[in-house]
Ligand binder design. Sequence first.
Ligand code: FAD
Ligand code: NAP
Length: 341
Amino acid sequence: MTDTATRHTRLLIIGSGPAGYTAGVYASRAMLEPILVQGIQPGGQLTITTDVENWPGDATVMGPDLMVRMEAHAKEMGCEVISDHIMSLDLSKRPFTAAGDSGTTYTADAVILATGAQAKWLGLPSEEHFKGFGVSACATCDGFFYRGQEIVVVGGGNTAVEEALFLTNFASKVTLIHRRDSLRAEKIMQDRLFKNPKVEVLWNHAIDEVIGGDSPRGVEGVRARHVETGEITEIPCKGFFVAIGHAPATELVKDQLELHNGGYVKVEPGTTRTSIPGVFAAGDLTDHIYRQAVTSAGMGCMAALDAEKWLAEQEGEEVAEAGVYAAPKGDPTATPADAAE
Ligand code: FAD
Ligand code: NAP
């Protein structure tokens, strides 16, 4: 059923990754009664991975489990978590307006953007042609389909190495193809990769084409080109996993907020304040350097504190404009009568 209600909130949090849920915890404890809209990936990127080994307090925790706990924590503190996806956002006037896919319109005095990042693709026509038919960007989602088969992974960061290692649970062989001669993944991950007998690394190669058939549609291999010599190598595989990084999910705000560093939302250094007062950004959406669960959560905390302070300032101004007495800062015992003297 379509819900066409309008909901007003002092604080709307868009996104349910570590940044969004942490903002939800802090904003709820500040009694802002926030609404958090989860989006199409409740729990965010960590729901498509397995073991997380760098979340403080847990030597190992499954990504999806961690996100279920974060959601429960935010709800426990009083955050209203809504299953909806924001289709458009108007930041040109206050209250800000967000249109939900459910038909609900959300109006908000302040907004925290925590829409994270999305997987990047190579942009090859053949990659597009075989998406869902052997081409994937999520090993935890699709690895199971390639039991006993050969798999190729492209990329050289933590995601690529993690995906390649995870895929060895199913595949007979995993070839990691990287465009340079060294990986940017953490050293501990590299060690695991190089020690795994099912993994082979093809250095200095770029993917030219995904090859396959159409009846039925499916991947048969990839054509890789040596970046210096141009020599072509064909590698047979049934699954091709693209793990070449993530781009910030700025669809809602790219024409409204200042962006930088290739499309990340710009915030005032040391804060989560964006170029529009009352709009705050946290997590991978604004972070082109660290992009970790713990840093995203940290920024979610900052955003809630920044929003709380900003809302208090706005509400203070409204009270002053209305001629209502407000106790002077530093003198909590003062009364309206003192002020009148
Ligand atoms: P995300 O987790 O990206 O969440 C974004 C949220 O925004 C989602 O809930 C989505 O539904 C929502 N959203 C987007 N658009 C809309 C919209 N229009 N309306 C409403 N909601 C919207 N980091 C680590 O520290 N340790 C790890 O082990 C680790 N492993 C990883 C493994 C993989 C495979 C990947 C891809 C990443 C991994 N990371 C890891 C990185 C980590 O997941 C991210 O840094 C972190 O999830 C970013 O959190 P976030 O809250 O900014 O956004
Ligand atoms: P990343 O660190 O940006 O790495 C992307 C990789 O893909 C790089 O090796 C890059 O090559 C390669 N690449 C980019 N574009 C390419 C193209 N068009 N063709 C071929 N190769 C291309 O991205 P990520 O690995 O997804 O990681 C994103 C963030 O999440 C990082 O901060 C990472 O630490 C974090 N993360 C953490 C964990 C963990 O802690 N266990 C796990 C996963 C992700 P170059 O090296 O040549 O640039």
